[in-house]
Write a protein that binds this ligand. Structure first.
Ligand code: UFG
Length: 325
């Protein structure tokens, strides 16, 4: 059993990971400023409402708890917003991470799992994308995550901080055991928007039908949030066992087009998904599919969810549960 701090643990992926860590009998503390996350996502007594820039509160937290490792989710994640307000993204995602890293050093916490993103690749030349593909973010969000990855590389060299960065592809779904799920404000992600269209009858806009893909819509690698949470636990165990730093893609290696996601949602819900085509969304790559063989081999990770229909089915279950409570 280890003592773990989860930053951003009231958010979608952070909350799933914190719950899994608790199930695996780790001692977990969560901090989150609740600017995006929800207190109801965190089990009672474990949430500290703190902002990364609040050094005094952060100091108090580190002074009263000994942490063996930190899993760092707290960040802004909206690609479009990062184009409008880049300074805010760099201050929060990079500046906030540096503040956390300074605190970790002061309190001799030497292990970190960092949530990075496929957005570090920009428009990839090859797909599936290996970790050593060129890194050319197309937006401040991706750039901010890449900057933190690079800081972590330097800290590995200079101060012995051991870290694992997981470059997420498209997280989706919900863990039925936890009763939590994806609920961003405003919602920009495909799966919850599809389910909203099912529920309300208000058509989804498909961003572009003229991409160079078989059906003309964008292809993404959808990974179930529980499988992603599991990848964090594997990364953590690797570091706690004395493993070295590394960067890993986290996806399933299978790409699905927007139309395929719509079809999977129709099967999972048994209802039609109303949609219409709109223009392309600025900054969208045609296809992003992970080569996750390194994660599978090195961290012995295997995704449990094999079909998109099953993944979307869990999101639908959450959606219905949310309406009932
Ligand atoms: N899409 C639509 N209509 C919508 C919303 C999305 O057609 O209303 C399409 C997008 O064009 C894209 C796909 O659905 O092709 C998935 O879009 P999401 O917004 O759900 O996810 P992204 O692939 O844009 O972004 C995800 C993460 C980001 C991360 C990025 C890495 O949410 O945090 O992958 O590429 F940076």
């Amino acid at each position: 059993m280890a003592s773990i701090l989860v930053t951003g643990g009231a958010g979608y992926i952070g909350a799933h990971t914190a719950r899994l860590l608790l199930e695996e009998r780790h001692d977990v503390q969560v901090f989150d400023d609740l600017s995006k996350g929800y207190a109801h996502n965190v089990p009672k007594g474990r949430l500290h409402i703190i902002n990364l820039h609040d050094t005094a509160s952060l100091e108090a937290l580190f002074a009263t708890h000994h942490f063996d490792a930190v899993i760092h989710f707290a960040a802004f994640i909206a690609v479009g917003e990062s184009m409008q307000e880049p300074e805010r993204y760099f201050r929060n995602n990079v500046g906030g991470s540096v503040a956390l890293l300074e605190m970790m050093r002061r309190h001799r916490v030497r292990r970190l799992v960092f949530s990075s993103t496929a957005a570090v690749y920009g428009d990839p030349e090859t797909t599936p994308i290996p970790e050593d593909a060129p890194l050319r973010p197309k937006n401040p969000y991706g750039e901010s995550k890449l900057m933190v990855e690079r800081i972590l590389e330097w800290l590995d060299r200079t101060s012995g901080l051991r870290s694992v960065s997981l470059r997420y592809f498209n997280a989706c779904g919900a863990e039925p055991r936890y009763g939590i799920g994806e609920e961003h404000q405003p919602e920009t992600h495909l799966v919850p928007l599809i389910l909203r269209a099912v529920r309300t009858g208000e058509p989804l806009t498909v961003f572009g039908g003229d991409y160079p893909t078989p059906d003309g819509t964008c292809i993404r690698d959808y990974i179930h949030v529980s499988d992603l949470a599991e990848a964090h636990v594997r990364a953590l165990e690797h570091l706690l066992d004395g493993g070295g730093s590394g960067v890993f893609n986290a996806g399933t290696g299978r790409g699905y087009s927007v139309l395929e996601v719509i079809r999977a949602a129709e099967k999972a819900t048994g209802m039609p998904v109303p949609f219409r085509y709109g223009p392309r969304r600025e900054g969208d790559a045609a296809a992003l599919v992970a080569d996750s063989s390194k994660l599978k081999k090195t961290l012995n990770w295997k995704p449990q969810y094999e079909t998109l229909e099953a993944m979307v089915g869990t999101a639908w279950e959450f959606e219905q549960h949310r309406r009932r409570v």
